[in-house]
Design a protein around this ligand. Sequence first.
Ligand code: DGL
Length: 271
Amino acid sequence: MNVPASGDERPIGVFDSGIGGLTVVRALMERLPLESIVYFGDTARVPYGVKSVATIEHFTAQITDFLLERGVKMLVIACNTMAAVAAHVVTARAGGIPAIDVIEAGARAAVAGSRGRIGIIGTPTTVNSNAYAIRIHELNPGLRVYSMACPLFVPLVEEGWLDHPVTRLTAQEYLRPVLAEEVDSLVLGCTHYPLLKPLLRDVVGPSLRLIDSASTTAELAAQTLQDAGLAASGATPARYRYIVTDVPLRFQTIGERFLGRSLGEIERVDW
Ligand code: DGL
């Protein structure tokens, strides 16, 4: 007799300062096709990458509580900036529910394959927090870390200039000092940067390892669900909900570029 597989069909809560976190949702959908996802994007208050730590902590607490009220079984901080300065806020409120983030995933992947020198790129708040370097040094104190804030990348990606001379020039300018340190790995420490991967590959050359925080996070999510016995069984098809605080102009187009598929219905909450 076939015994039906038992699983946890509750959704995973994924959140970001805006729509950039859809790169993480995309990677999760590919890696964990049976899992339902509730995505929260704070589109009314994006960008976070240039805001103060106190403000980001406050916003993060609000979003965490909102998702917990929706009965999620795991929280995924898809925003590097929130992960850098407010991961402790999420853990403190999660009440035992696993909470993972892009920095933990990216740092682990960077350490696992580096021969000694790692470059990090991210928003000014992420880079100033030193969160990647701290975590990398906890994992392996012998590694050297070189960081560079790339504030222009977020607006360039949102503009859709993924393969544009202005973006190429900007990348060359930002990456010059990091490349001069002869790093062997480069962590794309921002939700938006995976979309620049082809252009960055051109700029950095073929031998440098590019670490995409979206796919490393999906891998960490899969492992965490497995370890905690929280994986879905597939008894019901995966469902996806997208909740945002504002629906700005061109939202659909930009969102679908990040997600790599159609977004369907988008819900808006009034905060
Ligand atoms: N989601 C942010 C990050 O990954 C980028 C956008 C923002 O500045 O809010 O750092």
